[in-house]
Structures are given as structure tokens and as C-alpha cells.
Design a protein around this ligand. Structure first.
Ligand SMILES: [Zn+2]
Length: 101
């Protein structure tokens, strides 16, 4: 299976959503809470595996907001959240679960 190509554009609306446009014209959009709750880092995966809430926890600032977002190599997007969490790297595969083969 070929690696998922990088999106053509990444529109980060820091208070709302992240929208990605792919080379074939497909568009995927993720609400911030959805992205945060599906954070792919080891810590958050562990919390989900233990049926613990990933976000929000008692100390989570509300509303959720993206502080910073940057490309990680050629394969994903790193997001820093306003709760200080920044270890999750969202790969293109993760951000494009519906891609056609
Ligand atoms: Zn995480």
C-alpha cells in the first residue's frame, strides 16, 4: 500500500477545526474535540485503552484551542493544544481514513 500523499492545503482554524484538502480534491474536516480525543500519542492511547477520558479532564482549559500546528517531516501534523499537550503526531493515514485505494 502506497503511503498516503500529503494534503495540498491544511487549514487550521485554531478555535474551530482543521480542514485538509488532498491531491485528488477530497476534503476532510475534524472538529478540535474530535482530534484531541483521538490523539495518537502513547499516553492518550493508553488512556483510551483503560477507558479513561483523554479530554477534557478536570484541569483542561475550556474551550479547547490549538496553540500551534506544524508539519512533521513529510508524514504528519504535530499539534500543540492549549492544555499543553503536544506529543501526538497526526499522520496522513490517520487524517484520511476514507481514502480510496
Ligand atoms: Zn496525546
Amino acid at each position: 500500500m502506497a503511503p498516503t500523499p500529503a494534503p495540498v492545503t491544511i487549514d487550521v482554524q485554531r478555535d474551530v477545526a482543521v480542514t485538509l484538502t488532498w491531491p485528488d480534491g477530497a476534503v476532510t474536516r475534524f472538529d478540535l474535540e474530535d482530534l484531541r480525543q483521538h490523539c495518537p500519542c502513547a499516553e492518550c492511547r493508553g488512556r483510551r485503552d483503560s477507558n479513561l477520558t483523554v479530554w477534557p479532564v478536570a484541569s483542561s482549559p475550556r474551550p479547547l484551542r490549538i496553540v500551534d500546528a506544524e508539519l512533521v517531516g513529510a508524514w504528519g501534523l504535530g499539534i500543540t493544544w492549549n492544555d499543553g499537550h503536544s506529543t501526538g503526531i497526526y499522520s496522513w493515514e490517520l487524517l484520511r481514513p476514507d481514502r480510496p485505494e
